[in-house]
Design a protein. Structure first.
Length: 590
């Protein structure tokens, strides 16, 4: 084997690893975060968790990615540790599907069907179709499909190149002697463990082993302990991911580690004990790529079947390693729990991370609404405790804006689809509007505090007018938050007429105050306070309008905000004018 053969082997390995990365990224993008959402919501039943873990891993072709996602779920409080155990068991089965695809490289036979099964036959077809789709496709799902095809073709081409390059190694005595060393169970397991830990992918390390098997130089006595070690080595990714995470997230990573150690040690102890007595004949035979896939799958399926009934032991071991601390016994506040859903581990799955951002933004909107409504109540009856709560809510909303803003900026650097980029931009705009609404709540609370401190009150007429105005603001804010939460375009179109009526109410109330002031029925000081309150009301409605317009902009191509507003508020728009008239009658001032 000369230097050029070595370079070919290295090139094949590089293409193989790159193809696996591209294929995995394409599958994750194609899933659009839906698989992760399913995992999040449907894992209450442990058997269902196992099946989902296997299914999701089989689709995204990475048990490491699934396990890291589970660590993120547990860290953010989305998933309990008991649920995570089932997903981790299933992920170890799901990852074996890759070995079956890779075993196609070893297919031999002269029939047309068998020849078609060989990667050298179908990979070029996948590659050219993928390239055509990538260059001509305009829709995002077409490009995702193209990425998957190209990734799979590169993966298989790399596997074939690597296999062809290592075939001559079977005739080199030094190489076969090295492989015989790995037939020692402990040494072979350590080699598989270290290799998988370095490349952080059991699927990739299994693929490398299958490529070596095609040379005919690897016996089952060498392959089996390496496969065992690869199962343990894949735990490194989850352990690294759990660094800096909560105690429960660290326990989830430990469950993954303990499960793989227990099943590997148990298998090796039983298998080699039996082998010492009966001497399995196949151990000295040359291992095939298909044989590796069969062993890998049978081992993991058998482990799940045997360990599933006693899977609670894994959870107990994790708790023994990381005991429950006093701080874990104290229930965390809902706000703190929700902010944890912005876990950095989710950034590798942008669609799901964006969904978590939406959930956090909805909570932020609700906190802003609670603060505003509470500040409105203080105008009628001031209470120091409630005023402090308004301040707390405003600080909480500020915290959400900082956390969400930073997280969204990180997310923007990831490879996002065009629609996801637009949604991210909308979220950034909307969280700014929610934060400003909470600022107006503080302003209204301060006006109420001033009235209380100076023992001032509005006239009965002013109170009636302000009560109607307050009702209008509550309605427009409730509608806007519902629009944001449900992404209801029809409802979004109702916000602008409401905002128009709020502008009218603000102007009309100020005019009426001036009339009362001239008649001596009100004071200038109360006029300033009333003006401050109504101005804040009017600005809240402006932010509500911004939220609705952002949603319309996301869902309509070539959407121009100013043009939309001009067309909507035009006197020629009979539907808009009719709705404004209806709302004016609904919020008629006495």
């Amino acid at each position: 084997m000369d230097i050029f053969s070595i370079l070919t082997m290295i090139g094949g390995l590089a293409l193989f690893l790159y193809g696996m990365e591209v294929l995995g990224d394409g599958l994750k993008k194609a899933s659009g975060g839906k698989l992760e959402i399913i995992l999040e919501k449907l894992t209450s039943n442990k058997l269902m968790a196992v099946l989902l873990g296997a299914g999701v891993t089989a689709v995204i072709q990475s048990s490491s990615a699934t396990t890291v996602m589970v660590v993120g779920f547990v860290n953010s409080g989305i998933m309990k540790l008991s649920q995570a155990v089932g997903v981790i068991l299933g992920a170890n089965v799901g990852t074996t599907i890759t070995a079956w695809f890779l075993s196609l490289t070893g297919v031999e036979g002269s029939s047309f069907f068998l020849q078609l099964m060989k990667p050298t036959s179908f990979s070029p077809i996948l590659a050219i179709v993928g390239v055509i789709l990538l260059m001509s496709g305009k829709k995002e799902r077409h490009k995702d499909a193209a990425t998957i095809m190209i990734g799979f073709a590169v993966l298989m081409f790399g596997m074939d190149t690597m296999s062809s390059a290592v075939k001559p190694l079977a005739d080199i005595p030094e190489f076969t002697h090295i492989l015989l060393m790995f037939s020692n169970p402990i040494l072979g397991m350590l080699v598989g463990l270290v290799l998988t830990a370095i490349i952080q992918s059991s699927s990739a390390s299994i693929g490398i082993l299958q490529a070596l098997c095609i040379s005919g130089a690897v016996s089952y006595s060498t392959a089996i302990p390496i496969i065992m070690g690869q199962n343990v080595g894949t735990c490194v990714t989850a352990l690294i991911s759990s660094t800096g995470a909560s105690k429960n997230a660290k326990r989830a990573a430990l469950v993954h580690l303990y499960y793989n150690i227990i099943k590997t040690v148990a298998f090796m102890a039983i298998f080699y004990a039996i082998d010492a007595v009966v001497h399995f004949a196949f151990m000295d035979q040359a291992a095939s790529a298909l044989g590796v896939a069969v062993i890998h799958t049978a081992f993991n399926v058998a482990a799940v079947v045997l360990i599933f009934p006693i899977s609670g032991v894994l959870e107990k071991l994790a708790y023994l390693t990381i005991p429950e601390g006093a701080e874990e016994n104290e229930p965390s506040s809902p706000a703190k729990k929700e902010i944890q859903i912005l876990d950095s581990r989710f950034l590798d799955t942008p669609r799901f991370a964006l969904e978590q951002c939406r959930n956090a933004a909805i909570d932020m909107a609700n906190f802003a609404r609670d603060g505003l409504f509470l500040s409105m109540q203080l105008v009628d009856k001031f209470d120091a405790k409630s005023a402090d709560r308004v301040i707390e809510l405003e600080e909480l909303v500020d915290h959400y804006e900082d956390e969400l803003g930073s997280y969204l900026v990180k997310l923007s650097s990831k490879h996002l689809t065009e629609k996801d980029s637009q949604e991210l931009s909308v979220l950034l705009h909307c969280i700014g509007d929610f934060e400003r609404i909470s600022d107006h709540a503080i302003n209204i609370m301060e006006s109420a505090r001033e009235m209380n401190d100076k023992e001032l009150s509005f006239s009965k007429k002013a109170q009636e007018e302000l009560s109607i105005f307050t009702g209008a603001i509550k309605d427009i804010l409730n509608t806007s938050i519902l629009v944001f939460q449900e992404e209801d375009l029809k409802l979004a179109g109702m916000v602008e007429p409401m905002e128009e009526v709020v502008d009218y109410l603000n102007s009309e109330i100020k005019k009426r105050h001036i009339k009362r002031l001239r008649k001596g029925k009100c004071t200038i000081e109360m006029g300033f306070i009333l003006s401050d309150i109504t101005t804040n009301y009017e600005r809240v409605s402006d932010h509500c309008s911004n939220i609705a317009l952002c949603l319309l902009q996301l869902n309509e191509e070539n959407f121009e905000t100013h043009e939309y507003q001009d067309n909507l508020t035009s006197k020629d728009n009979m539907l808009f004018m009719a709705e404004v008239k209806r709302l004016r009658e609904h919020y008629q001032l006495p």
